[in-house]
Design a protein around this ligand. Sequence first.
Ligand code: COI
Length: 365
Amino acid sequence: MSIEFTVEPNQNPASDARIEEIFADPGFGNYFTDHMATVDWEGTYHDGGQWKNARITAYGPLSLDPAAAVFHYGQEVFEGIKAYRHSDGSIWAFRPEVNAVRLQNSARRLALPELPEEIFLESVKQLVSIDQKWIPTGEGESLYIRPFMIATEAYLGVRPSHQVKYMVIASPVGNYFGTPKPVDIWLSTNYARAGVGGTGAAKCGGNYAASMIAQLEGEEQGCQQVIFKDPNRDDAIEELGGMNVFYVFGKENKVVTPELTGTILEGVTRKSLLQLAEDRGMTVEERKFTLTEWREGVANGDITEVFACGTAAVVSPVGKLKAADFEIPSATGEEPGEISMALREELVGIQTGKIEDRHGWLTRL
Ligand code: COI
């Protein structure tokens, strides 16, 4: 299904000097481009409804009824994609079709309509095209694209909204954690991120909201991130507040990451790194991975590196794991692990056009 986007350009876009100033230190998610994409949907979950009024307009605040369902029942899903400008000036997005399918899966779980892949890809293309001067090209930089969908119907009964807005905004970003160095993480035992049959595999705001109290607990303990266990499977590790986790077994030339159980987000970076590790001749295992194995593996030297990954952070080395009554030391001390960094460099190399895109992961925008 295709749809035409109307374009109403921003009459007061940021000046080149302002963009230059932002590019000097973009950080992550602090600044937004001149435009946004919007598509409205009306209907019922059962009749499929209709997507309409596709438009690119000036970036700006929304006017929503205070009774809009998203404010009360959290009917919302989102995505994260990065776009890169290559040295020849061409612009590419990394695996946006995988994000399109994941948004559909998340939407289904939240009883939101499934946006057709063509509309998703067109919305990203249109927005990036009109705001292309906002793509930074420094080390670790890109244009982070945030598609999302919210329930807008003003109705307080609990049922799927009959009105929905799908939108895309974009933000020039640098490295999520600054220069990659091991981040210490807190093991949450007071809180779970997801449960069996819950929304753990969906990219919905509620999962991130639920992780924040545990994140704060971690910060009080001097940690930058939090990791969750699966409360239903003894000491199985799940994922961080917003990233998947990998364990490198150096001597065995192997990487292990928790299997997708329905409570873990199916990360696009996770999927891509599994492929890159396999390409290097490494054994890759997606399986139950326990806290005991982490503890023993670091102690006996089998686990030589631990890293977290996601679209925003790419690959972020993990340092020590801190829990209420014990600690697992960093497998690599103060330095990032060699394999973690090699995988990161290869992935970023492909994304930025410096390494051949042998798997056809890039889509030209
Ligand atoms: C991403 O990696 O794209 C996310 O959505 C996670 C968030 C921590 C920014």
